[in-house]
Design a binder for this molecule. Sequence first.
Ligand code: FES
Length: 508
Amino acid sequence: MDNNAGEQMSYWMETAPPGSLHPPLGTDVTVDVAVIGAGIAGLSAAWELARSGRSVAVLEADRIAAGVTGHTTAKLSALHTLIYDRLRRTRGSEGAKLYARSQTEAIQHAAAVADELGIDCDWEDTEAFTFAQEGARVDELRAEADAAREAGLPAEFVTETGLPFPVAGAVRVAEQAQFHPRKYLLALADDLRAQGALIHERTRVEGLKEGEPCRLTTEAGATVTAADVVVATHYPIFDRALLFTRLSPRRELVLAAPVPSGLAPRGMFITPEQGTRSLRTAPYQDGGRLLIVTGEHFTPGTGDAGERFERLADWATGHFGQLTFTHRWATQDNDSTDSVPLVGPLHAASRHTYVATGFGGWGLSGGIMAGRLLADLIDGREPPWSGLYDPRRVRTAVREAPAFLKHQAQVARHFIGDRLSSSSDVSLDRIAAGDGAVVRVDGRRCAVYRDEDGGVHAVSARCTHLGCLVAFNRTERAWECPCHGSRFGPDGEILQGPATRPLERRDI
Ligand code: FES
């Protein structure tokens, strides 16, 4: 396939079995714990809780393991680019050690679960590298290797990586892993159901009333009564603590191309240089390997993905030679202002509601860690790293201030500036087939998409989360909100939260 043509398809979505169908919730139910969101964090939490004897209901707005988890690069690594030197400075050596231990134990736990349940998920033990091609980054890499080693990881600074191009230096961490996330999670969900848990797909939760018990209401009108509630919707759909002020959405593009196994680098790679690139391979047809390249991150709603896919393809072929891309897809992450996920009680007064978010591109090890941590908290245990990840943490507030202010300034620019600007408006007849634009009709801003047959689809341009204006991503054919990353289809249907209501239809 051409790198900028055809439908997007995640390799993980294409190559996993279809999975069992889980019916939408049609009646009221009462359980010990309700888990909202069936990605890796939600399913991991649900599985741990079911194992400890709790009755559990998992409520997923779409299909299980089909959102961010089905579109990740699927690295199970405790080496998160350059986190340890930063943690050493912001959270002290003890904080860095707790981070390393919690992530490492998550990876080991996933290996043990896959083994115990006999899950065929293409598990491969491997190494993780953070590398740079610019000599100016070598000091940072040396500092990171030192900090990661001090944190307890088997880390070292190296100049040889096995990549088919030279690097100035790299941090290498042994004993990491990669797998097929959707195969793993579909099997985990089957086991979860075998333990008596309820799983309901196409069940969008719209309301949460906290109390003893808590009560959830779904779009279809059913209610779930639960002693405890876990919000694992990637970007939290309920947010009394205003976590959205501490989270920045980031979209990232992925391309994949088969390579002969002899040319496939062994390991998982990422660069901290501007325009981050991430690499790994996966088993492919006839004993070959699929090279998976990720990069070109951008804030959703700030432009089209097409040119960015082109740049990523150019980088890949420039470093690996001629490639024929077979898959391309995009994923979305949320960065927390201090680069540490937010996992724990949903807000300061929370007694029975919990959240997991802000994994910053490391949501697989992070999601498994979060699932175990939340199950521990609900079961009354406090692992030593619960304070590190606690969303109520305030100690780092001063250090977070620059990132916080930058994010809020961006949100304010989109919330207020986009309304005042007239430059984003175009006339209806200038919208080409397959494209979309924000158009002012009778004083109201409408998001208008013209389909390939010339039909016009119009919805409100105001995001149903908090009211920012959406923008069209032509290549991905989606309306995207730059404030907190909600995404909508051409007819306004929700593709990605935190919005829980579609864009309103408009007649024009
Ligand atoms: Fe928050 Fe759109 S996602 S305003």
